[in-house]
Design a protein around this ligand. Structure first.
Ligand code: GLN
Length: 396
């Protein structure tokens, strides 16, 4: 029978990637504070104490009963560290250059952050640097309009199919609506559907509040120079919007200039890799933030959003990404890739140099290596991977 003392319990929290300052460990942390450092305490007594907390902290119980979603977190962290170091050495790709603010990003910057649905976290590299979310705002805006209007209405204005063309292509599907919400035309369409009766300021507040909630109530940033630059080099996005208006794709009463400015503002929201990994973990946790237990999106919205991220989230590499990596993801030209492992964890990879498909060069390398060694591909469960891959849920 395991015997605990204060020090051992504190180190268990750390080993499992948790922190005593986490909201959901508040009562546990207070209780630990009341323990005498010399005191020995049995497993059964610790569990009895946890069960008595006024708002019983499930997380502490899951921790003590060895029920966390990634049980062997130390081993997993070591593997992540190893892949991170190997990936850091590879060179390739080029930073986006359509606006000076992106062109000036450091080519060496690299961050990897992971957050599980139990709030276990790993942060490596440049985790305190902010970057703009760019196209990774697209699944969030799509989720918001799904919540607001329901799937049927939203999909009268935007399709479900990969476009097979560039993300900013001037093209629509055979119904004269955007192919999907993960490319520019579809994202502009989602912006036009979102809270159309609010003022521009309140609509942006609404999006910022959503991001804050998705990040576990941490404040997110806004990069004004990126926004101004996007607005200044917006001919293509205006062309797409005018084309959609000509074809009658928008809902009635849309003000194109406002919609486009709103879209550029959304692209200019800034986060760090740790924050983005919490956003991804919220998607992995059916729309409920694992750090606060706040439900931001309903499970149906998440199902739809992840489905389209899976088929359309990685630009013109989406098919191959689904084939080789097998996970819903969304990338952005700032070098971010947000990856969701449903029911397990969220991953954020950030490194500005992009490959020819517009996806982070290091990011792709990292996730391929991870999926090579862990059974994370959606269809890994179909084949027997016991001999070739580690099982992330294994306690052994
Ligand atoms: N702001 C960019 C654009 O609209 C977003 C692009 C992206 O990340 N692919 O062109």
């Amino acid at each position: 029978m395991t015997e605990w003392d204060k020090e051992k319990l504190v180190s268990l929290v750390r080993k499992q990637g948790l922190s005593l300052s986490q909201n959901k460990l508040h009562h546990f942390s207070q209780w630990l504070g009341s323990l005498d450092p010399e005191q020995k305490i049995s497993q059964a007594s610790v569990i009895k104490a946890i069960k008595k907390f006024k708002s019983p902290s499930n997380l502490a119980l899951r921790l003590l009963e060895d029920k966390l979603v990634v049980p062997r977190f130390t081993r997993f962290s070591q593997d992540i560290q190893e892949i991170f170091e190997l990936t850091q050495q590879i060179e390739g790709g080029a930073v986006a250059n359509y606006i000076p603010q992106l062109q000036r990003m450091s080519t060496d910057a690299f961050a990897v952050s992971i957050c599980t649905i139990d709030g276990q976290q790993i942060h490596l590299g440049d985790s305190d640097q902010y970057f703009c979310v760019q196209s990774s705002c697209k699944p969030i805006n799509y989720g918001l309009v799904l919540e607001e209007h329901g799937e049927e209405l939203v999909h009268q204005h935007v399709g479900h199919e990969p476009s097979g063309s560039m993300f900013n292509e001037l093209s629509l599907n055979d119904k004269c609506i955007p192919h999907n919400p993960m490319i520019n035309s579809g994202a502009i369409m989602c912006c036009s559907l979102m809270k159309p009766h609010l003022s521009m300021a309140d609509r942006f507040d609404y999006v910022m509040d959503t991001w804050k909630a998705l990040c576990g109530e941490h404040k997110v940033g806004f990069n004004n120079p990126v926004y101004l630059s996007e607005r200044q080099s917006s001919d293509r996005n205006f062309a797409i919007a005018y084309f959609m208006r000509e074809k009658g794709a928008f809902p009635p009463g849309v003000n194109l200039k406002n919609v486009l400015e709103f879209y550029f503002q959304c692209c200019s929201i800034e986060v760090t890799a740790p924050l983005m990994s919490i956003v991804a973990a919220t998607l992995a946790n059916s729309g409920t933030c694992p750090l606060t237990d706040r439900a931001i999106f309903g499970p149906g919205t998440i199902k739809d959003t992840l489905s389209l991220m899976y088929s359309c989230g990685m630009y013109n590499f989406s098919g191959e990404f689904a084939f080789k990596v097998g996970l819903p993801a969304k990338s952005g030209v700032s070098g971010v890739i947000m990856i969701v492992v449903p029911g397990i964890m969220g991953i954020c990879l950030w490194s500005p140099p992009l490959d020819t498909t517009g996806n982070s060069y290091k990011g792709l390398h990292f996730i391929r290596s991870l999926v090579d060694s862990y059974n994370l591909h959606t269809y890994d469960t179909i084949v027997s991977t016991e001999q070739t891959k580690k099982d992330i849920r294994s306690k052994k």
